[in-house]
Design a protein around this ligand. Sequence first.
Ligand SMILES: NC(=O)c1ccc[n+]([C@@H]2O[C@H](COP(=O)([O-])OP(=O)(O)OC[C@H]3O[C@@H](n4cnc5c(N)ncnc54)[C@H](OP(=O)(O)O)[C@@H]3O)[C@@H](O)[C@H]2O)c1
Length: 341
Amino acid sequence: MYVAIAGASGYTGLELLRILENYQGIKINQVTSRQYAGRALKDVFPVFNKSKNQNLVFSQELDFKSSDIYFLCLPHDASLEVAKQLYDNGKTVIDLSAAYRIKDSKIYPNYYNFEHKFEDLLSKAVYGLPEVYRESIKSAKLIANPGCYPTATILGLYPILKNNLIEENSIIIVNALSGISGAGRHLKEDFMYPEGYSNVYAYNLTKHRHTPEMEDVVKNITGKNISIRFTPHIIPISRGMLSTITVEVDISKKDLKDLYYQTYKDEYFIRLQERPSRIKEVIGTNFCDIYVDYDEKNKMAVITSAIDNLSKGASSQAVQNMNILLGKPENYCLQHLPLFP
Ligand SMILES: NC(=O)c1ccc[n+]([C@@H]2O[C@H](COP(=O)([O-])OP(=O)(O)OC[C@H]3O[C@@H](n4cnc5c(N)ncnc54)[C@H](OP(=O)(O)O)[C@@H]3O)[C@@H](O)[C@H]2O)c1
């Protein structure tokens, strides 16, 4: 099985290379990058010295024929075109961008600044959140790997959504914190060391791309129109993400906790916690650490959900999806624990 990584010089592409290092039965035969084309992986990124892929050479263009599975770690508008061509060539695509995540194509011009030209393919793409859509993923040809904030948030909410405990037209409050790698590996003033280090700030307060993605999934699971009031923040760590969710539900604290344990009892990658989740405990892993509590005075569930944005929020979730496609155990090659402390 030959595997291609398009956009392999970015943070999610490099994380894929790290995770796939010991994956048996596949061979990575292409990695693309325009700026590093012609150079070997280990020469550009010395962290891969001694990797079995150390001599892989970045290519400028993606070859649409020579691989079987294509991971797309590209900007959304670039993935849009590439995924379509690969799909038409009969290839299996796991797209880490948002190009095929949201079923309503009208969202794209408004939130992503491009028209979605491939509505037919959009309707065929499967949202790659295994804990929710495992059955559909098994036979998918195009997997839209979820965004990082939506992964943390939807997994944090799923037992409540699945059991339809939220009223139509309610609002779910989500405050989330992200490490700086969430923005990708390119220069931007806000992320320069003197400005990012020792600083915390909110951004995109009323219009973030992940809001319609989360609302789409919530609607798909519950069949109801429910709004997400989402406020993201950047914090001075390189990777990791914490989503704190507050939502009105009429239930006892014991029943709420039981619901979470029942829903997630067979999920390897969900770790229910006895105290609020901590980012450091999931770094470099595919785990999602969830803590649930109940504010009896206000009748509100309060949930914390921690993931690594580059792992469960992107690349290790993409490998989890590949495991499902290939019929391997879902945690194959994904069983490592975080560094601690
Ligand atoms: N970072 C995260 O936490 C995260 C989480 C979930 C999903 N995602 C999504 O995953 C995708 C990749 O994210 P990232 O953080 O890895 O981004 P990144 O660090 O900026 O890397 C982007 C990669 O794509 C290549 N590239 C950029 N523009 C291109 C174009 N027009 N055509 C072909 N190749 C191009 C870049 O290399 P060259 O410029 O050298 O070609 C690089 O290899 C994005 O869609 C992002 O939204 C990211």
